[in-house]
Design a protein around this ligand. Structure first.
Ligand code: UDP
Ligand code: MG
Length: 324
C-alpha cells in the first residue's frame, strides 16, 4: 500500500549542507517509490526559516529543477520549532503521512523505511530514537541526559533521545493543529496527541557541514521552555520549600526564645548572614520561576501568529493559504 509522503525539513542558514541533503533525499525518495512504499506524488518540503545566506535561492532552484521539492519561506527567523510547525501545518491535508527531519543529515534517512512500515502496521506517530550519542560532545550528551531525566521527574511524557525526527499521519497532524499554544515544544506535544505510536531506533551521525544552530544559550532557553510549558511542578516545589522554611522558622523562633530566657543572647553573625543569603536566594529563585510562568501566560494571551508565510513554492496549483 503506497501512501503520499511529505518530508518536512526546517532550514536555517544551511547552504553548506543543502546540496548534499537534497541529493540524498532524491535517492531516498526514489528508492521508496520503487519499493512501492510511497506514491509518485510524494514531496519534500524545505522550510526556509528566514535564513541570511543563500538557502532560499537554493530551495527555489531545487524546486525549479525537480518537482519533488517544494519550498516554504517564512517571513523571518522564528526558530526551529516554529519553522517545523509551519512545515507540518502546510503538509496537513496535503499528504497521508509526514516525516520531519533536520537539514544537516544527522538523522539516518534509511530509518524512513521502518517509519513507514510502522505506519502501515497502524501507528499514527512514529518516534525516531537515537541509539547512541557518540557523535555529540561529552557536554551535549550529559546535559541532554540531565534534561530528559529532569523532564521525567517533573512528570512530562517525552521519549528519551528523541529529537524531531518523527512520522506523523495526517490524522495526527490534524490533532496537532488543535493545540494552539504559542510556546512550542513539539516533542512534548506529540505524546499529548496520543494515538497508537511506536519508536524506531537509528544511529545519529555528525552534522554533515556547517555549525549547530543551537548554541548553549538557545539550548538552555529550549529546556526551560520545555519544562515550563508542560509542568507546573516547579510551582508546587516553591510551595513545598515555603512550607519547609516556615516550619524551620518556628523551630528557630523557639530556639531564640529559649536562648533569650536562659540569657544566652550572644550576637550570631555567621548564622544571621547565612540565613539572609539563603532566604534571599530562595525568594529570588522562586520569583524567577513564577515569572517564567507569567511570561508564558503573557505570550499565550497575546495569541500572536506562530509563523507567517511569505511564499509557498509548489506545483499543485492549490490554495497556498495555510491555516495557523
Ligand atoms: N533551524 C531552524 N531555525 C533556527 C535554528 C535551526 O530552522 O532558528 C533548523 C536547522 O536548519 C536544522 C534544525 O533546525 O535543520 C536543527 O538545528 P541544528 O542541527 O543546528 O541543531 P542540533 O542538531 O545541533 O541540535
Ligand atoms: Mg543538527
Amino acid at each position: 500500500m503506497a501512501n503520499q509522503l511529505m518530508v518536512v525539513i526546517p532550514c536555517y542558514n544551511e547552504e553548506e549542507v543543502l546540496p548534499e541533503t537534497s541529493k540524498r533525499l532524491v535517492d531516498k525518495m526514489n528508492s521508496l517509490m520503487e519499493r512501492g512504499l510511497i506514491t509518485e506524488d510524494s514531496r519534500v518540503l524545505l522550510v526556509d526559516d528566514g535564513s541570511k545566506d543563500r538557502t532560499w535561492e537554493m530551495i527555489s532552484e531545487l524546486h525549479k529543477e525537480n518537482p519533488l521539492f517544494e519550498g516554504l519561506k517564512l517571513s523571518r527567523n522564528r526558530g526551529h520549532q516554529n519553522a517545523l510547525l509551519a512545515g507540518l501545518m502546510t503538509a496537513r491535508n496535503r499528504c497521508d503521512i509526514s516525516i520531519s527531519m533536520d537539514a544537516d543529515l544527522q538523522d539516518d534517512m534509511d530509518a524512513m523505511d521502518r517509519f513507514i512500515e510502522k505506519y502501515n502496521e497502524g501507528c499514527e506517530i512514529v518516534y525516531g530514537v537515537r541509539n547512541k550519542r557518540e557523535t555529540d560532545t561529552f557536554f551535549k550528551r550529559e546535559t541532554a541526559l540531565f534534561f530528559y531525566r529532569l523532564m521525567k521527574a517533573l512528570g512530562v511524557d517525552i521519549t528519551y533521545n528523541h529529537a524531531d525526527y518523527r512520522l506523523m499521519s495526517n490524522r495526527a497532524l490534524n490533532a496537532l493543529a488543535e493545540f494552539r499554544e504559542v510556546n512550542l515544544f513539539l516533542r512534548g506535544l506529540a505524546p499529548l496527541v496520543g494515538f497508537q505510536s511506536d519508536v524506531v531506533y537509528y544511529d545519529r551521525s555528525e552534522r554533515f557541514a556547517g555549525e549547530s544552530k543551537y548554541p548553549l544559550k538557545k539550548m538552555l532557553a529550549f529546556a526551560i521552555d520545555g519544562i515550563t510549558s508542560f509542568s507546573v511542578k516547579p510551582l508546587r516545589l516553591i510551595t513545598t520549600v515555603g512550607i519547609v522554611i516556615f516550619l524551620v522558622s518556628i523551630l528557630m523562633l523557639l530556639y531564640a526564645l529559649i536562648a533569650w530566657l536562659t540569657g544566652n543572647t550572644v550576637a550570631g553573625w555567621t548564622s544571621m548572614l547565612g540565613s539572609i543569603w539563603l532566604i534571599g536566594g530562595i525568594q529570588l529563585l522562586s520569583l524567577g520561576i513564577i515569572g517564567e510562568y507569567i511570561g508564558k501566560i503573557y505570550n499565550e494571551t497575546k495569541n500572536r501568529p506562530r509563523f507567517i508565510i511569505d511564499r509557498y513554492l509548489n506545483r499543485r496549483g492549490d490554495d497556498p493559504v495555510i491555516d495557523q
